[in-house]
Write a protein that binds this ligand. Structure first.
Ligand code: TXA
Ligand code: MG
Length: 352
């Protein structure tokens, strides 16, 4: 059991964090996407303790964080197209799969021949990586199955007693985890959508595919390209249902569904765009940002999902966003939070 400390980033705290990482301990730190739970990527025992602290299945590989592409030389080989992406999008929320070298313990890659690498742009993450001089393996700093934490408060909620130190760098900008791209199997393929969008990647690489399981559950017998896709993820305790359709029909359907559930005795609420808060004022509305700004929805999504648990909501009905730009990342996370349960607003209203 640790006495978990939460400390705002400072030179002294970075030195302390660096000491802990060299000693094989875990440190949670902010990145521009979500908070990470870091360990020395070259220390297999330290890496194994990440899995223990998170309650993460051992077959779900970790992302290795670096501060300088020169570090890649020791860690992996660089696939075609990767240099272009690194020049354009690093530092930033893009993770690239690269064939691993022997220095990377198999515990990091869960036995896979590739290692996922990213260079974060958050100044605290970059300073920590530089200060310790190590590649840092870091998944999101949540307990497995919980939404990724976008503030130190939520890291503490999940990791209290499990790790010695959380560096507090305030709320995360992007709010959803990095885009994961695979360049090692033919056409570049997005395994997990994030802040670097398909459109941005295509502007550099030409055609980019999106793994089928990004917007639907894995089918029976289908192999997960990214092991993380196999697991139930991002789930609040309550049951989330997505409501699709024309804007005014969606607002009416959300209201009908929410009131029906409340009448049955459930704690029910809606997740809706800022523009619809007034119309849904009696449905305990949770604001998911402007209908015109999917990056605002991305930024607040995990926080909102965590609030639903804090408020012990049983049933939640949510609006959806178009799957273009950052909307693809939003719908990937929201879809999973809802176990892909979706209803049409028009169908709900016609049953009345
Ligand atoms: O933004 C992020 O990427 C955050 C911050 C902390 O950097 N990290 C993060 O890590 O989200 P994690 O472990 O929660 O998600 C890593 C994802 C998982 O879905 C995992 O299966 C996939 O990347 N992954 C890692 N290595 C892989 C590999 N070699 N092949 C395929 N997928 C891989
Ligand atoms: Mg995660």
């Amino acid at each position: 059991m640790y006495q978990t400390q939460v400390k705002p980033a400072s030179d002294q705290v970075l030195r302390e964090a660096s000491r802990l990482l060299h000693a094989g301990e875990l440190v949670a730190f902010p990145t521009e996407t979500v908070y990470g739970l870091g360990a020395n990527a070259l220390n297999k025992d330290a890496v194994l303790s990440i899995f223990a602290a998170k309650g993460r299945p051992a077959d779900n590989p970790l992302i290795v964080h670096i501060w300088d592409p020169a570090q890649l030389e020791d860690l992996c080989t660089i696939p075609d197209g990767a240099s272009l992406l690194m020049e354009r999008f690093w530092p930033g929320p893009l993770t690239i799969l690269m064939p691993r070298k022997e220095t990377i313990p198999l515990e990091v890659t869960a036995g896979l021949p590739t290692v996922a690498i990213r260079m974060p742009s958050h100044p605290v993450a970059a300073s920590l990586l530089k200060a310790c001089g190590l590649p840092i393996a870091a998944p999101s700093a949540n307990r497995s199955g919980k939404p990724s934490p976008t503030s130190a408060h939520y890291v503490f909620q999940d990791m209290d007693g499990r790790i010695p130190l959380i560096i507090d760098g305030g709320p995360c900008d992007v709010g959803v985890e990095s885009t994961v791209i695979d360049l090692t199997h033919g056409t570049p393929t997005i395994l997990r959508p994030g802040g670097i969008t398909r459109e941005m990647l295509e502007s550099v690489l030409g055609r980019v595919d999106v793994a089928g399981s990004v917007l639907r559950p894995l089918q029976k017998g289908e192999k997960a390209l990214s092991p993380g896709m196999r697991y139930k993820h991002y789930s609040p305790d309550g049951q989330v249902t997505l409501v699709e359709g024309e804007e005014s029909a969606v607002i009416r359907a959300l209201s009908v569904l929410c009131h029906d559930a409340q009448e049955k005795g459930y704690r029910a609420c809606v997740m809706c765009f800022t523009e619809h808060l007034t119309q849904l004022a009696d449905c305990t509305p949770h604001d998911i940002g402007s209908i015109h700004d999917p990056s605002a929805t991305a930024q607040c999504l995990f926080d909102t999902l965590r609030h639903l648990d804090d408020e012990k909501m049983d049933v939640i009905f949510s609006e959806v966003v178009p799957t273009t730009g950052v909307g693809l990342a939003v719908m990937n996370r929201l879809g999973r939070a809802a176990a892909f349960r979706t209803v049409s607003a028009e169908a709900v209203l016609s049953e009345r």
